[in-house]
Write a protein that binds this ligand. Structure first.
Ligand code: FAD
Length: 305
């Protein structure tokens, strides 16, 4: 038997010793009444964990965008949570986007996740900025800051954004976002923690000192995860595929494996000094709630008791 500490014994003192773990949860705006119900059940379940903020994604097309706005408004009016509204540059003029920023500010939004967004024809197509619009994430950050003194988070890509010719170009874009006023980056999801730390070293070497919060995607559905990963350039390691092998029709086992995989990932990140996590919830609370429990988070009322 080895004398080195087990994960459990290494982990427990970290949680006990006030290394406060901060979390945020990402949701997407629901399309149907059933999805709406599922979203609000998830928000209700996760809210007592007192996240730093909950973010709501922003899509292409007017109706999708209106769903983002109404979800954000409902979070503001019906919960004590702090919403972060996502906003993209896609298919809109600067004037139109500036109006959204002003409307968010008027509604009480104090945090925006600023993104370029994907091409309207889908990923794989070359992105063409709207002729009268913001050019990219960095340009949008500057636009938001010109209008309102609002907290701005941005994206970061541990494995490089597929459009970016090099990792250097990607990091230069992140630097431009920070220079324009972004104060937090949230990463695209990844499964190899070493990639995150390698990226962090490179980002810090470029003099970027804002928090680079790991985006964690619990694998609710492996097939779907593989397709997301292919689109955003994230590696799906062989060991991950192996763990879900043969479970396509076995939802119950898949869920247990997903919890184990995500637990392993976040606990390793904690062991290596990470204290903040952003969870891509896919509007489902169960796995994320369990992982947060492992991270030492408890419902606010219980903590206070
Ligand atoms: P940017 O940071 O502006 O650019 C990404 C990279 O592409 C840069 O490194 C840059 O080098 C390169 N690049 C940019 N423009 C060009 C160009 N014209 N030519 C060559 N290279 C270029 N999408 C949504 O639609 N809605 C959301 O709510 C949403 N939320 C997200 C939240 C997070 C945390 C993350 C990580 C992603 C999210 N996305 C969302 C996905 C995102 O919109 C896509 O990844 C998009 O392709 C890039 O947006 P960005 O802001 O990261 O781009």
């Amino acid at each position: 038997m080895s004398n080195s500490p087990t994960r459990a014994s290494r982990f427990a003192p970290t949680i006990g010793s006030k290394a406060r773990i901060g979390v945020s949860f990402e949701f997407f705006p629901p399309k149907t009444d059933d999805m709406e119900k599922a979203l609000w059940e998830s928000i209700g379940r996760l809210a007592p964990l007192a996240p730093n903020f909950v973010s709501v994604t922003y899509g292409a097309g007017g109706s999708t965008r209106e769903r983002t706005h109404s979800t954000v408004r409902r979070i503001l009016t019906e919960t004590a949570l702090t919403p972060a509204a996502h906003l993209t540059c896609v298919a809109a003029t600067k004037t139109e986007i500036d109006d959204v920023i002003r409307a968010y500010r008027a509604a009480g939004v104090r945090h925006i996740v600023a993104l370029r967004g994907d091409p309207t024809g889908g990923i794989g197509e070359r992105y063409a900025p709207h002729p009268g619009g913001y050019q990219n994430g960095a340009d949008l950050v500057a636009g938001i800051k010109r209008i309102a003194d609002i907290e701005v988070s941005v994206s970061a890509y541990v494995e490089k954004h597929p459009d970016s010719p090099t990792v250097e170009a990607d990091i230069d874009m992140l630097k431009a976002k920070v220079d324009n006023g972004a104060t937090r980056a949230i990463t695209q999801f990844f499964f190899e923690n070493d990639f995150y730390f390698r990226y962090l070293d490179r980002v810090r070497a470029h003099g970027i000192n804002i928090p680079i919060v790991p985006g964690i995607l619990p694998v609710q559905n492996f097939k779907q995860t593989k397709s997301f990963a292919a689109r955003c350039g994230a590696t799906v390691p062989g060991w991950l595929a192996e763990r879900f092998d043969g479970l396509d029709e076995d939802v119950a086992t898949r869920k247990l494996i997903a919890a184990a995989v995500a637990a392993e990932q976040v606990l390793d990140l904690v062991d290596r000094g990470v204290t903040d996590f952003h969870f891509y919830t896919m509007n489902r609370a169960d796995l994320v709630y369990a992982i947060c429990h492992l991270l030492g988070l408890r419902p606010a009322a219980k903590q206070a008791a």
